[in-house]
Ligand binder design. Structure first.
Ligand SMILES: [Zn+2]
Length: 646
């Protein structure tokens, strides 16, 4: 299944255009200033730990020092170069959507800086160049060198697509040549993989961009060599010690790195969530080209383990701060979880690659759940503040005083010492049209309802006209060569009515229009407000419901309901939801009101009393989850306790 060139798809959807505009006009210029240390912003560590970098970014300054344009020391995380690469990638995709010569000038300056910092042999990583050159490619359990290289490759592809300029692609390919020189199956080469995956998926994208099969072969190598020798990392550390290169003796957690076995033998989502999902995305991408049945089987099993056992209703993943990791099946704490924005972005990516690999639509259910909820909640509505961790339940006092919640911010910080999420958000939103259409042979797939126009010169033009999810209809117009059109029908849309003179049929997951040279269809649907219950094995959600309308999961916020939202009680048998348009937060916002109860306050000095929960009636208001945390500090919760039947 192929994606279309981003130039060919113009997004006209008001919701997504608004996000792309904010990213273009606010986030990208803001992030450039932050990477340049040109703004006085509050750069916070991602969790409470005095050893973590905070206070400034220093990302571009590191390159200037490596390029010998400035004097100084490296500052920040050892993978900080990737912040710059992801910023370039966002800027490049944004340039595809809207020309901006002044932004091209800025990116060109950064590209020139990267070129100046790159070593003669192609090596590029400011941390190792400036602090530990003797340990280049020798500390793969933590080094992130190939992770950064992967982001460099992705940035280079994006900038070439956007501008046709090859300088960054040359830098990236030179860097990959350097990697190819040092890594491989020859006796004198390194037979191991980076502790943090990313290079795998980036190399497949580089193959798709250049048609050079060496790149997909290298991606396949990195997936095959991972976990092949479980002692690889400890042997590497022992060798460094023996050679006097390092005295470090870190303990290696192979599960954290997904290196306890070869990826093709893995069946569960374990360890660090972002690593897991970057690896899985790389596996699904490699499998699209190699058709390796073992890799496909592993991808399907890992995806099912996440979607059916380890994903939050918001599409968040990673149940614990310890190792920012997946935990056991059906264990989904709502207030101490991690749910990193990057992990949800990676889940969108993995699910999309699984859809391309299999053409099965359940993958798009998960893609949309993560995209509209835990990805979007990663940024404030002005595009300038960012969550790393996306909780489903926040009680500010508890976050401030419970040391187990030090990572759960009640407000989005201006920037983060570990700033992986903000530019990741920007690059995903800027290239959002990637997900809307795909093609397999003579079948055209519409994967997201999003007003847009796809033009393939001399072949066809397809348009979606509407304002989803604010309107309950979408018009599809197609003219061109005869081909079948398959439209994904999300589970949260119901009662489809199709007005169309051409032949079509409806399945559980799709609307299928028979091959034709002209298709004009008006699709009308309902977006009922649904109460979702959780699998009863999820201990944390017992006797609670979540509310969803269209793609949006909803939440209660203190700003609308006052303090004490944990006292909300929802009468499941009689509740009537009322949807209305509000101008607060985002224009328009669809808010939901319902008449429920409030558990009455204790009147006695006691923690526990004989059962008798008195209620008073109360109207509660819900807002889309992705908009929470934009009105100052306050309580928030997604799962709503049910009223006890009287
Ligand atoms: Zn992140």
């Amino acid at each position: 299944m192929k994606e279309f060139d981003l130039h060919a798809v113009s997004l006209k959807d008001p919701f997504w255009q608004h996000y792309q505009k904010i990213v273009r006009e606010e986030t990208i210029p803001y992030q450039y200033q932050v990477l340049n240390d040109a703004l006085d912003v509050d750069v916070q560590a991602e969790r409470e730990d005095a050893s973590l970098p905070a206070g400034k970014s220093h990302a571009l300054e590191n390159f200037r020092i490596a390029a010998k344009q400035k004097e100084g020391n490296h500052f920040g995380w050892f993978f900080q170069d990737s912040d710059v690469y992801k910023w370039i990638e966002s800027a490049a995709y944004s340039l595809i959507n809207q020309k901006d010569p002044s932004l091209v000038v800025i990116v060109d300056e950064v590209v020139a800086l990267l070129g100046a910092a790159q070593e003669e042999d192609g090596y590029l990583n400011t941390f190792f160049q400036l602090t530990r050159p003797e340990l280049k490619y020798r500390q793969l359990y933590f080094s992130h060198e190939l992770y950064c290289a992967g982001h460099l490759v992705e940035a280079a592809i994006a900038y070439d697509l956007a501008t046709g300029k090859k300088e960054l692609l040359d830098i990236a390919e030179k860097n990959v040549q350097n990697i190819m020189h040092y890594f491989g199956r020859e006796a004198n080469q390194i037979q191991g993989a980076d502790g943090h995956q990313e290079i795998e998926l980036a190399l497949v994208r580089l193959f798709e961009h250049t048609n050079n099969e060496k790149y997909v072969a290298l991606a396949d190598f990195f997936l095959a060599v991972r976990g092949e020798n479980p002692d690889f990392y400890t042997q590497e550390i022992a060798e460094n010690r023996a050679l006097g290169l390092s005295t470090e003796e870190p303990s290696i957690d192979l599960t954290y790195l997904q290196a306890y076995d070869q990826p093709k033998n893995q069946r569960e989502a374990k360890g660090h969530a972002v690593r897991m999902l970057y690896m899985a995305s790389g596996m699904a991408k490699v499998a699209q080209h190699t058709k390796d049945p073992a890799l496909i089987e592993a991808c399907v099993a890992i995806w099912q383990d996440i979607a059916y056992k380890k994903m939050y209703v918001t599409g968040g993943v990673g149940g614990t701060v310890h190792g920012e990791a997946f935990i056991g099946a059906f264990d989904l704490p709502n207030d101490t979880m991690y749910c990193e924005t990057c992990a949800s972005i990676a889940l969108v990516q993995f699910s999309f690659e699984m859809f391309k690999l299999t053409q099965q639509h359940q993958y798009l259910d998960t893609l949309t759940r993560a995209l509209y909820n835990s990805v979007l909640s990663g940024a404030s509505i002005d595009g300038k503040q960012f969550f790393y961790v996306n909780p489903l339940e926040v009680m500010p006092d508890s976050c401030h005083h419970n040391p187990g919640k030090g990572h759960v911010k009640t407000q989005r910080p201006d920037w983060l010492g570990c700033a992986c999420c903000p530019p990741n958000f920007a690059r995903l939103i800027s290239a959002l049209q990637r997900f809307v259409y795909t093609q397999e042979n003579d079948t055209l797939y519409i994967n997201l309802f999003a007003a847009s126009r796809l033009v393939q010169a001399d072949q066809f033009v397809i348009e979606q006209i509407g304002n989803f999810p604010f309107e309950n209809q979408m018009t599809i117009r197609y003219t061109g060569v005869a081909q079948k059109i398959v439209i994904y029908k999300p589970k949260w849309l119901q009662s489809f009515q199709i007005e169309c003179e051409q032949a079509w049929q409806e399945t559980d997951e799709t609307l299928v229009f028979a091959a034709n040279t002209l298709i004009h269809a008006k699709i009308i649907f309902q977006q009922p407000i649904q109460m979702l219950r959780a699998n009863p094995l999820i201990n944390q959600d017992i006797n609670q419901v979540a509310v969803q309308r269209g793609p949006f999961v909803y939440c209660l916020e203190e700003a609308d309901n006052g303090k004490g939202i944990s006292q909300c009680r929802l009468p499941i048998d009689t509740v009537a939801f009322r949807l209305s348009e509000s101008q607060k937060l985002w224009s328009p916002t669809l808010v939901i009101n319902f008449d429920g109860f409030e558990s009455q306050k204790w009147t006695q000095e006691a923690l526990y009393l004989p059962m008798n929960e008195p209620y008073v009636p109360k109207n509660w208001q819900l807002i889309p989850y992705h908009l929470w945390g934009n009105r100052g500090e306050g309580e928030m919760r997604v799962w709503l306790p049910l009223a006890l039947v009287k």
